[in-house]
Design a protein around this ligand. Sequence first.
Ligand SMILES: Nc1nc2c(ncn2[C@@H]2O[C@H](COP(=O)(O)OP(=O)(O)OP(=O)(O)O)[C@@H](O)[C@H]2O)c(=O)[nH]1
Ligand SMILES: [Mg+2]
Length: 228
Amino acid sequence: MVVMIAEVCLLFWQIPNFMHWSVEAERFLYSRDIPSATIEHPVVPILGKSNVGKSSLINLLLGQKLARQGKRPGLTESIGLYKVTPGSGDPFYIGDMPGFGFAVGGVQREQNLSTIIKSFLQKYRRNILFLIYLIDSRRALDGSFQKENPREDAWIELCIALQLPFMIVITKTDKVGKNKIFQAKKQVASKFQIDPADLYSVSIKDSQAIEDLRAAIVDQVADAIKEI
Ligand SMILES: Nc1nc2c(ncn2[C@@H]2O[C@H](COP(=O)(O)OP(=O)(O)OP(=O)(O)O)[C@@H](O)[C@H]2O)c(=O)[nH]1
Ligand SMILES: [Mg+2]
């Protein structure tokens, strides 16, 4: 009997962490022309420039390939909400947002995507616990993120105006190498005047970093729900 219990414990121990939250996909189409729906649970949207790795990160966090990901910037065109229920916690949605900035299809398409993001953030502000804001590690390192960047700054200003707390995550760290990650964090942290240790970093090739981020999201969601 003792052996059996030990075996069961071992089995659970070996189950990857993503098994500890169950996932339901719900593609939530949102545009100015579609009447708004009621969103039942709090939302944690993932925001960032097109191609920064939002949809890929979401698929890894979910442990399933539910969001469309790919090389073409502007691939995600509508908002995908994925209901996540962590072990003993309350359900919430992780939101895959279209990217801002360059989109294949030209300026008009880019503007349409921006309108969708902006109106979602404004309309559903009360559902949003916090944002996860992604920055490509190469843009952090070469200084292009810090330089005067009116388009990206306008997004950051909108989030601040809406009093949206954000968690910052540096992506694609495999592109810069492990020894440069802290430097990339320092550069971004100086722009936001925060401690670099408060930033997260991920790569689709680093499963430990994904696990750490998942755990941090669950903790932050639990804290944010307590404050509501
Ligand atoms: N090397 C590397 N490539 C990555 C990483 N994350 C994403 N990518 C690649 O970057 C490209 C864009 O990824 P997506 O996840 O579709 O990016 P997105 O931010 O959702 O893009 P949009 O929906 O267009 O805004 C894909 O080709 C991914 O395979 C990473 O950590 N490392
Ligand atoms: Mg996407």
